[in-house]
Write a protein that binds this ligand. Structure first.
Ligand code: CA
Length: 229
């Protein structure tokens, strides 16, 4: 199962370390960034499943970053939990003027933090946590690692399974080869982008059996998407 991705933007290093540790213990993939401007750049290349955003940050504040994210189609619905220090304009946060989905006042307990993350993911992105994904006539069971198309089982290798799982979590969205590499293979592994084409080819062959229509769309110059029909 591909772990949900959480980005933490927090300039207090010890807190960043603590949040990473606790999120990783829950099985999330975590990235911690200390500056608002760096987070903004990073979010233009890769959108996580959830963002934990500190209110006061160097360069671009959490409030400003949140406001900007809400204006871009890729991040307008990104689940955001805002962190604030006691007394930091908390009434404005309560008014959700920033566009955050939830907020926590420091200091908070780790069980409380994890509970909020889970609750928000469940509410905003149920597909990230659910064990069965459905797109068109394809069903993917993340627990048993089985895939069915029109009720017939489709046999996939582990990489093709992860590739399909990732694309089914974002139906209709086009991913570049680089984005697929980062999300399916991991950013620490160096693989040629052509490898993605090879695995997409294998996935296509396995899923499109008989005369069934092709569910994987190749977008010239852009990448691949799974179609919703
Ligand atoms: Ca801060």
């Amino acid at each position: 199962m591909i772990a949900p991705k959480v980005m933490v933007v927090e300039d207090e290093e010890p807190l960043g370390v603590l949040l990473r540790y606790n999120l990783e213990a829950e099985g999330y993939q975590v990235e911690v960034i200390q500056r608002g401007d760096e987070a903004e750049l990073r979010l233009q290349e890769n959108v996580p499943d959830l963002l934990v955003l500190d209110w006061m940050l160097p360069a671009v504040s959490g409030i400003e970053l949140c406001r900007r994210l809400r204006m871009r189609p890729e991040t307008e619905r990104l689940p955001v939990i805002m962190l604030t220090a006691r007394g930091e304009e908390s009434d404005r946060v309560r008014g959700l003027a920033t566009g955050a989905d939830d907020y926590l006042v420091k200091p908070f307990s780790m069980p409380e933090f994890i509970a909020r993350v889970k609750a928000l993911l469940r509410r905003a992105k149920p597909e990230v946590l659910s064990s069965v994904l459905k797109v068109g006539d394809i069903v993917l069971d993340r627990e048993s690692h089985r895939v069915y198309r029109k009720k017939a089982e489709v046999k996939l290798g582990p990489t093709e399974f992860r590739l399909l799982e990732f694309m089914m979590r974002h139906p209709g969205r086009v991913f570049s080869r680089g984005q697929l590499l980062d999300n399916v293979w991991g950013e620490t592994i160096y693989i040629d982008e052509r490898t993605v084409d090879v695995h997409v080819g294998r996935l296509r062959k396995a899923v499109n059996t008989g005369r069934l229509p092709d569910v994987i769309r190749t977008v010239r110059g852009a990448g691949y998407a799974i179609s919703e029909e």
